[in-house]
Design a protein around this ligand. Structure first.
Ligand SMILES: [Zn+2]
Length: 290
């Protein structure tokens, strides 16, 4: 036991549980305690970090198209964007999602802690990308039509503070979309510490219960959760599992990577990834919009 308090609700009765995590019985959050230092975490996101995405730090056109296929499906669920709608991607990395917002007629904004990734994104969307944490970015209140957090909240040691800031900057009636690994997924249950989402840079782990708790506690309404999936290629998976080895997945993918023709390695397909995708909205004062 850490003797510490839950990173989400502040509860003091943490229990050692699966995947080597401590779970809070009050809100359901799993986390690695003591919580990592934000400064040390930030130092991880160099150019090398993005090499796991494949050649050229994920700037390879095939990787870009693959990542954008996942994001396109998430963006479509918002429905048509009003012209010029401001959409923020928290943890925008090199800006693949921002491209889609612009193409859909919205006004893309991104915030990213990695100076390398923020510079790449900024090159494609000048003046629209801030380097730092969301809190440091200091956006105006009630400012965004929608805020996306794709594969980012699990990297943050203070998720409640992050969601409070998201709530502040979303306009009344605006939306938040959160995608994050699911601690209740079959992969987490079966693989324990070897779960493929269990990584050094992942600090907090949500289940459906804890994500619903976190969004509700931050003030969001109309919370809907569904299972996440991603568009991937065998080439991408081989690269990913080279960086994050998992037996026997890594050697099998290495073999396929050597033997299969390029067109098969680059063929895109949907893969359930053991994640949760949550949609919620900031209520108009006094009423929850439909
Ligand atoms: Zn808790």
């Amino acid at each position: 036991m850490s003797g510490g308090r839950c990173a989400l609700c502040g509860g003091a009765s943490l229990r050692r549980a699966r995947a080597g995590l401590e779970i809070c019985p009050d809100c359901g959050l799993g986390a690695v305690y003591p919580l990592a230092d934000p400064g040390e975490l930030r130092a991880l996101y160099t150019r090398d970090y993005y090499e796991a995405w494949g050649p050229d730090g994920g700037e390879d056109p095939a990787v870009r198209e693959m990542k954008q296929a996942t994001f396109r499906a998430r963006l479509r669920r918002l429905g048509p964007l009003p012209a010029g709608a401001r959409v923020l991607d928290v943890g925008c990395a090199t800006g693949h999602f921002l491209d889609l917002v612009a193409a859909a007629g919205g006004e893309p904004h991104g915030v990213e802690v990695s100076p390398y990734a923020a510079e790449v994104a900024s090159g494609r969307h000048p003046g629209r990308v801030r380097c730092g944490t969301l809190e440091e970015a200091g956006y105006p209140a009630d400012h965004f039509h929608a805020v996306f957090l794709s594969d980012v909240i699990e990297h943050v040691p203070q998720p409640a503070a992050l969601l409070a800031e998201v709530w502040r900057i979303v306009a009344p009636g605006g939306r938040v979309v959160v995608a994050t690994p699911d601690l209740g997924s079959a992969g987490a249950r079966l693989l324990g510490r070897r779960w493929f989402h269990r990584k050094g840079e992942h600090i907090v782990y949500f289940s459906r219960r804890s994500l619903r708790w976190a969004l509700g506690h931050a003030g969001f309404g109309g919370i809907r959760l569904r299972r996440g999936s991603k568009t991937v290629t065998l080439a991408y998976l081989a690269s990913h599992f080279r960086t994050y080895p998992l037996f026997p997945v890594t050697p099998v993918l290495r073999l396929l990577d050597r033997c299969l023709p390029c067109r098969l390695l680059r063929r895109r397909f949907r893969l359930p990834t053991g994640e949760i995708v949550a949609h919620a909205h900031k209520p108009h004062s006094g009423a929850i919009p439909g």
